[in-house]
Ligand binder design. Structure first.
Ligand code: NAD
Length: 329
């Protein structure tokens, strides 16, 4: 069956080609993102394989269905970019990779926390320039600090386990009960308590209409002065302007983000020779206590291997009319 990949990079081609030896599908790798003007390129394909910033809106889905596409295979966990009701109306199936390496994202979350706390991003530059002064590099012990995790799914729980290893008190909030959280010593709290008590707040819930701008001026006001805010989930969870205001007043003392609400215009591309037009993003970059990575939390060899295997299995199951265990409705 023909599968057209949008937004594909060299590493996608490498890992999918390798995993495809067990599936024998026909893979077409396109570098362009999926949107209203590029969806015509899927003509002749039964499935399209898309990533986090591809546009899988109602008009795109209609054109894909008209072109003969039957399956949308997301090679990621989040599916906030897909208009699911319209996909269902058109009879298009949507599958995803619910968990490929939650360890990759949880470990990246810790990388952001530790870098910001111990200023290793600044120390790296200083030492390279022969500046061994420690002024301005003081951190704090993680041991004994309270970390609030919003979302206790795969990634939230692994993050909790790692933080417990550091001796942190871990608070958690989720819309669902989570027995495993209690087993590993996470204290289930209300959002209000989590904001009020946490030295570090880390986001691990999906982006939905309910969670859009969950972190806004009102929720930031509830947080401790000097809080560290970490987001490895989805950019839209944070109202960036409100966070910038809080960084300026030092209410937020550290910000670590792997995702950004307008990242679709920036991330995954080399824009180093261009003038970046996003003034909000450039303001964020101007703070030395803000650490931004370009949606790379998932980017480990183990995760890419797993993404390719699970995505191709999802597609083969669809082809063989087997139950779609990773279907999103
Ligand atoms: P998951 O589905 O296992 O867990 C998400 C949890 O969030 C669930 O327990 C769910 O009940 C909870 N939740 C839903 N709505 C909530 C709300 N309003 N408030 C609090 N909790 C809520 O997902 P996961 O694998 O742990 O991934 C979490 C998120 O991480 C994904 O949605 C995705 O956006 C993001 N992610 C980012 C990267 C990256 O590279 N940066 C990679 C993978 C996933």
């Amino acid at each position: 069956m023909k599968i057209t990949f949008f937004n594909s990079k060299v590493y996608d081609k490498q890992f999918f080609t390798e995993a495809n030896q067990a599936h024998g599908q026909e893979l077409e790798f396109l570098e362009v993102p999926l949107n209203e003007s590029t969806c015509v390129l899927a003509k002749g394909a039964t499935a399209v394989c898309v990533f986090v910033n591809d546009t899988v809106s109602a008009p795109v889905l209609r054109q894909l269905a008209e072109a003969g596409v039957q399956l949308i295979a997301l090679r990621c966990a989040g599916y906030n970019n897909v208009d699911l009701p319209v996909a269902a109306q058109l009879g298009l199936k949507v599958v995803r990779v619910p968990a490929y390496s939650p360890y990759a994202v949880a470990e990246h979350t810790l990388a952001l926390i530790l870098t910001l706390n111990r200023n290793t991003h600044r120390a790296y530059n200083r030492v390279r320039e022969g500046n061994f002064a420690l002024n301005g590099l003081m951190g704090f012990d993680l041991r004994g600090k309270t970390v609030g995790l919003i979302g206790l799914g795969n990634i939230g729980l692994i993050t909790a386990r790692i933080l417990k290893g550091f001796g942190c008190r871990v608070l958690g909030y989720d819309v669902q009960d989570c027995a495993e959280a209690a087993e590993i010593g996470v204290e289930f709290t209300s959002l209000d308590d989590l904001y009020a008590q946490s030295d570090i707040v880390s986001l691990h819930c999906p982006l939905t209409p309910q969670t859009h701008h969950l972190i806004n001026a009102a929720s930031i006001a509830q947080m401790k002065d000097g809080v560290m805010l970490i987001n490895t989930s989805r950019g839209g969870l944070i109202d960036t302007q409100a966070v910038i205001t809080a960084l300026k007043s030092e209410k937020i003392k550290y910000l670590g983000i792997d995702v950004y609400e307008e990242e679709g215009n920036l991330f995954f591309e080399d824009l180093s020779g261009k003038v970046i037009q996003d003034d909000v993003f450039m303001r964020l970059l101007s703070f030395n206590n803000v650490l931004i990575t370009g949606h790379q939390a998932f980017f480990t060899a183990e995760a890419l291997h797993s993404i390719a295997q699970i995505t191709l299995q999802n597609i083969t199951d669809f082809e063989q009319k087997k139950p779609l265990v990773n279907e999103v409705r």
